[in-house]
Ligand binder design. Structure first.
Ligand code: NDP
Length: 292
């Protein structure tokens, strides 16, 4: 039987709608949530993301700030922009678009963002809060993936989850979130022995690797849920890139119970969660109840 297709695009629209409603209520009290995006250099994919983030921020009724610096910007220039945003009361969320040009120290720059405004959840204090089960800013892609899983399954307690990938921005926080929801979690990576056998135990597979079509249907336990985070751009003859995930969709959709498509699965949830995190940061900054 063909897998149910998890419509991340539609779910993300619902999340954005709820955020917009809450923003309208805050604005009626004279509070406007603000999100600032810092872009250093002109990486074409980053340009697309930043434009899309700015557009969706405004559509949600929020105040959008874009700080653009040339690829040659010094670390001090970037740090002073972040410090100014940290001190700006109209800005509740700050996002530094990655990747940064190679001469900049990414960890130092991310560590300069005020953890309360760190809507990407990349600051080490937010990573530590999440790992110790405390209230944190949670990275957007894993948060969006968890929302899709909760929507599908309700309670995830006791489920076997395998996360492929152990990056600080996707794999590790994803594993923490699944653990917090009482899954039995395995984190696989490039040194994992017999990955297909590990994946075959999973009720939930989250693939966050960046290798097109790596996970094939015969790796899956029948009926499992597949969350495909991977994004690989494949050039086509038309000149427009085709975007594919880490899972071989055709074979996985034959075995899985439910699967996210690429595009239209996890991707749209990332920006929706960014807006949700900005709203949360704004509520916290103003001592107001947080959105659910
Ligand atoms: P990283 O490159 O930081 O991490 C990739 C991980 O995959 C590493 O832990 C690596 O293992 C593991 N890996 C590499 N090769 C294999 C292999 N053959 N078998 C098993 N594991 C392997 O990537 P990110 O976490 O930043 O991103 C992962 C993917 O998700 C990318 O395609 C990225 O574009 C996409 N992405 C999508 C987002 C969205 O909004 N949908 C947002 C963020 C990322 P090791 O640690 O051993 O090297």
């Amino acid at each position: 039987m063909a897998a149910r297709v998890i419509d991340g695009k539609a779910f993300a629209a619902t999340v954005r709608g709820k955020v917009a409603e809450h923003v309208a209520q805050l604005k009626a009290q004279g509070i406007t949530p603000g999100l600032a995006v810092v872009l250093v250099g002109a990486d074409p994919a980053s340009e697309v993301y930043v434009r899309s983030k700015g557009k969706q921020t405004v559509e949600a009724g929020m105040h959008s700030v874009e700080k653009r610096l040339p690829a040659t910007a010094s670390e001090d220039e970037v740090l002073s922009i972040i410090e100014a945003l940290n001190g700006d009361p109209d800005v509740h969320g700050i996002l530094v678009q990655l990747p940064l040009p190679g001469h900049l120290d990414e960890s130092r720059i991310l560590a300069t963002v005020d953890p309360a405004k760190d809507v990407d959840g990349f600051h080490i204090s937010n990573a530590g809060l999440l790992a110790t089960g405390q209230k944190a800013m949670v990275p957007c892609t894993p948060l969006g993936s968890l929302m899709l899983l909760r929507d599908l399954h309700g309670d995830l307690t006791g489920m076997e989850a395998v996360v492929i990938g152990r990056s600080n921005i996707v794999g590790k926080p994803m594993a923490q979130l699944l653990l917090r929801d009482n899954c039995t979690v395995t984190i696989a990576h490039s040194r994992t022995r017999d990955l297909p056998a590990v994946v075959r135990r999973a009720d939930i597979v989250v693939a966050a690797v960046g290798r097109a079509g790596m996970v094939s249907g015969d790796w899956l336990k029948p009926g499992s849920t597949v969350i495909d985070v991977g994004i690989t751009r494949i050039p086509t003859e038309s000149g427009k890139d085709r975007i594919v995930g880490d899972c071989d969709y055709a074979s996985c959709a034959e075995v899985a119970g439910a699967i996210t498509p690429v595009p239209g699965g996890v991707g749209p949830m990332t920006i929706a969660c960014l807006l949700a995190n900005t709203l949360t940061a704004c509520c916290r900054a103003n001592g107001l109840p947080e959105p659910e």
